[in-house]
Each structure stands twice: as structure tokens, then as C-alpha cells.
Write a protein that binds this ligand. Structure first.
Ligand SMILES: [Zn+2]
Ligand SMILES: [Zn+2]
Length: 151
């Protein structure tokens, strides 16, 4: 049993924090696409074909979205997997970099070589075009766009 000051080994805490963040974000994202919660996430979807999607759009979220979809899953992962400071820094780098990469145009950064389960920039760019709060509820779009499991 760990005492309150103990860290878990990095081979446990790093995948633990990243996994909790991935699942937590996916849940929070689906929740924000519910009609009554879409106001939280609408601003992020204002970056689309009509405006632009560029790496800087990755950080364009409301404060509520940041707290619900970014901070909370990471805090939960920290409580569950007790990372040390190094692990938290590496986790933050991986999460932030992945977020920037999926908001980088596929013409500049092809990601189609990644396995089909991965969240690629092409999938995420398609997701940005779905501005309705219902898009993640229909089976068809669900199969093709609700692969936003990481960021
Ligand atoms: Zn969305
Ligand atoms: Zn996005």
C-alpha cells in the first residue's frame, strides 16, 4: 500500500495518466456534443472550413471546456496513477503535441499511415466541419467521426 507521498513507477503512471486523459476526454467530448451542453464546445467548432483550422485552434476552447475536458481527466489520472513531476511534464508534452498535430492540415502533415484506431488530423478536420450538436449521436457519423479519443 502506497503512502501519501509515494509515486507509482513511470511504466504504470505514464500510460495510466495518458489513458485516463484519453478516455476522460472522449467521454467529456461526447457529453459536450449533447444538445444541452453544446454551448461549452461550440466555440472550438467555430474553427472550420468557414474560418480555418490550424494548430493554434487546438488551444481555442472555452474556460468551461478546458476545465471539463482537459483539466478534470488529467487530475483524475493524477489521483489514480500517482505520477511524479517528470511523468506529469512528459504527459503534458505528449497531450499538447498530439493536440497541435491533429489541428495541423493533412496536406502539411500526412497521418494516413497511422493505424485506423488512431485519431488523425484528417478525422479531426472532418469533425470540425460537424457543427451540429447531434452529429455524434447518429450511427453513421459516429462510425466515421467519433474517433476523437485523445484530444
Ligand atoms: Zn467536437
Ligand atoms: Zn479540434
Amino acid at each position: 500500500m502506497a503512502s501519501s507521498g509515494d509515486f507509482y513507477p513511470r511504466y504504470v503512471s505514464l500510460p495510466g495518466v495518458l489513458g485516463t486523459q484519453a478516455v476522460g476526454y472522449a467521454c467529456a467530448h461526447a457529453w459536450m456534443h449533447r444538445t444541452e451542453n453544446y454551448w461549452i464546445h461550440k466555440y472550438h467548432h467555430s474553427f472550420s472550413e468557414q474560418s480555418f483550422v490550424r494548430p493554434i485552434s487546438a488551444n481555442s476552447v472555452t474556460v468551461t471546456e478546458f476545465v471539463v475536458a482537459y483539466a478534470l481527466p488529467i487530475v483524475l489520472g493524477t489521483i489514480l496513477f500517482r505520477p511524479d513531476v517528470w511523468t506529469m511534464r512528459v504527459s503534458a508534452c505528449i497531450i499538447s503535441t498530439s493536440n497541435l498535430l491533429i489541428h495541423t492540415p493533412p496536406s502539411i502533415l500526412p497521418m494516413d499511415w497511422l493505424p485506423t484506431w488512431a485519431v488523425t488530423n484528417l478525422k479531426h478536420f472532418h469533425h470540425h466541419e460537424k457543427v451540429s450538436s447531434y452529429t455524434m449521436c447518429t450511427p453513421h457519423t459516429h462510425t466515421h467521426t467519433h474517433t476523437h479519443t485523445f484530444l
